[in-house]
Design a binder for this molecule. Structure first.
Ligand code: 13P
Ligand code: SF4
Length: 349
């Protein structure tokens, strides 16, 4: 039963004390988040992992790329676990190393050495390493603007992996026109662009988040026609049209900060993952909060981490027999190069 599982998790946490550290992303289920030591968005979680020098076991309540980042940012002796190895991220899987190398070859032919690769942290360690090795960096939705400015100080052009929407929304906010952006389609291996190649300033990888792409301008129209006083705030992984038509947009952290500072009785339609929207509604009963998408939109892979998997993973760690499929170990060479990309980000933002 749930009560039994909760008891098991609490028991292991008490027995391991400070040897165990459990961070959790805001999109995790309540049944999991209640046990985490710290919650955060991707940037906060990366920072917290880098600050963790004591814990022997880091049990990451989030998705695979986040656990990989924690492994890269912690010491060799610290062991990182993901309670369900199937908790991946469909966006991160949209850019693999071979595809990226092929794209880079083409871009180098067209643009010479003028391109710097940047990757959203929602990417595999191998893609972070690809960027790190070429002078590039990682970024998150909280620091995307600052990182793009930094990148343009280094090179004329940016290859932005793997989320075209975060790339387009952020570049547009910095004053780059849509016609100065090209889209690289990794399936067709072609670059879609309007203006001549020399005018292109950012090359967007054609990837997306399957959760945030489900918010539509139709849903915005419906909210506006039903309740004119309901404000709409969306995550920049949503499409450009949705972001343009919303009242506000911003990272997970910005959405949380905005709701926390909202005037009593104000009404909100929120365009981000369902577990977070539901939690915001529960924690702010003086506000009216619901998802922008009436059909709701859970991140299925985030939701793979549940109480049962957490208890199973922790039981094995406490017994000294951790399950190999739960352990996340990024190969040494990949770690070194990915660390360069992460450190460039952490030094900026
Ligand atoms: P942030 O935590 O950077 O807002 O990212 C959102 C997300 O999709 C995490 O997977
Ligand atoms: Fe990946 Fe989107 Fe889920 Fe985040 S919300 S883990 S980007 S699929």
């Amino acid at each position: 039963s749930d009560d039994e599982l909760k008891e098991r998790v609490a028991k292991v946490k008490a027995s391991l004390g400070e040897r165990l550290y459990m961070p959790g992303h805001h999109y995790q289920k309540n049944e999991v988040i209640q046990f985490t030591d710290e919650r955060g968005d991707s940037l906060q979680l990366a920072r917290q992992a880098a600050d963790q020098t004591e814990a022997a076991y880091i049990v990451f309540c989030g998705v695979h790329f986040m656990a990989e980042t924690a492994d890269i940012l912690t010491t060799e002796k610290q062991r990182v676990f993901l309670p369900d190895h199937r908790a991946g991220c469909s966006m991160a899987d949209m850019a693999d190393l071979k595809q990226t190398e092929r794209a880079w070859e083409k871009l180098s032919q067209w643009f010479g050495p003028t391109v710097l690769p940047l990757t959203y942290v929602n990417s595999t360690a191998a893609i972070k390493a690809f960027c790190g090795k070429r002078g590039g960096a990682t970024l998150t939705s909280s620091n995307a603007g600052r990182m793009l400015e930094w990148a343009f100080e280094q090179k004329e052009r940016i290859l932005f992996l793997p989320d075209q929407h975060l790339g387009r929304n952020t570049a547009y906010e910095l004053g780059i026109g849509l016609d100065e952006m090209a889209v690289w389609d990794p399936m067709k291996e072609e670059l879609v662009h309007e203006r001549p190649l020399e005018d292109i300033r950012i090359i967007l990888w054609k990837g997306h988040c399957s959760v945030h792409e489900k918010f539509t301008t139709e849903q915005i129209k419906n909210v506006r026609s039903d309740e004119r006083d309901r404000r709409i705030i969306v995550h920049p992984e949503c499409t450009w049209d949705v972001v343009q038509q919303a009242d506000e947009s911003g990272s997970t952290k910005k959405i949380i900060d905005t709701i926390q500072a909202a005037p009593a009785n104000s009404k909100w339609a929120v365009g981000t993952e369902m577990n977070l929207v539901n939690r915001l509604a529960e924690e702010h009963p003086h506000l009216s909060i619901h998802s922008l998408n009436p059909a709701m939109c859970p991140c299925l892979t985030m939701n793979r981490i549940d109480l049962a998997h957490l208890a199973w993973c922790l039981d094995h760690i406490a017994a000294g027999t951790p399950e190999p499929q739960h352990e996340i170990q990024v190969p040494k060479q990949v770690q070194t190069e990915a660390l360069q990309a992460l450190e460039r980000m952490l030094a900026q933002a």
